[in-house]
Ligand binder design. Sequence first.
Ligand code: ATP
Length: 215
Amino acid sequence: MPGLRVGLTGGIASGKTTAARRFAELGATVIDADEVARALVEPGMPALAEIVARFGDGVLGADRRLDRRALRERVFRDPAARRDLEAILHPRIRAEMTRRTAAASGPYAILVIPLLIEGGPRDDLDRVLVVDVTEATQHRRLLERDRVPAALADSMLAAQARRAERLARADDVLPNEGSLAALHAGVDALHRRYLALAAAHAPPPSGGPSAAADP
Ligand code: ATP
């Protein structure tokens, strides 16, 4: 069980995945809410059956797998539908992330949670780390990466928490306006800090130092 659980968040295309990859290279346990969500709606999983019961067969592709884009479009402009989907998915995502964290062996865990701020308070995290960029940079990187029309990028940004709201919840901030090398340097500095914090949180080894030195 890691000695420290850090929730990593940030707006769309802020650099969460890029930062998380660097943390993983340094030996942190990285648990990604999006990846957990995808695993929970694989064929045969109870959450998929509940989604189909609520939204109908139209959210399944020809291969009977969840058509995530169709589902996203279905809930995008319908707050009641979105709430129903969240009620099916969120408790399961959180339980699975807790389970994976408890099973992890790294010194600390990075839990990548894109909508951490929008989702309200969490008692399963020790710290919140925000990857911070200006909305102009988010917009530009979103266009470059996903080739979406500018108007769609605007509405994707507008659907999320504002930069100031995220920063207000941050214990740590990772700026990402600069180069990838600068982002990596920022992650490296946080890694050293988290190792120290995790060591301070961790319970002392059982048996004490003499038992460890004298097997
Ligand atoms: P999403 O919210 O969509 O999951 P994300 O927050 O995980 O996105 P990334 O995919 O890590 O963001 O980064 C968005 C894009 O910006 C990617 O194409 C990535 O390569 C690029 N990027 C991230 N950081 C930098 C940087 N410092 N310099 C240049 N490009 C960057």
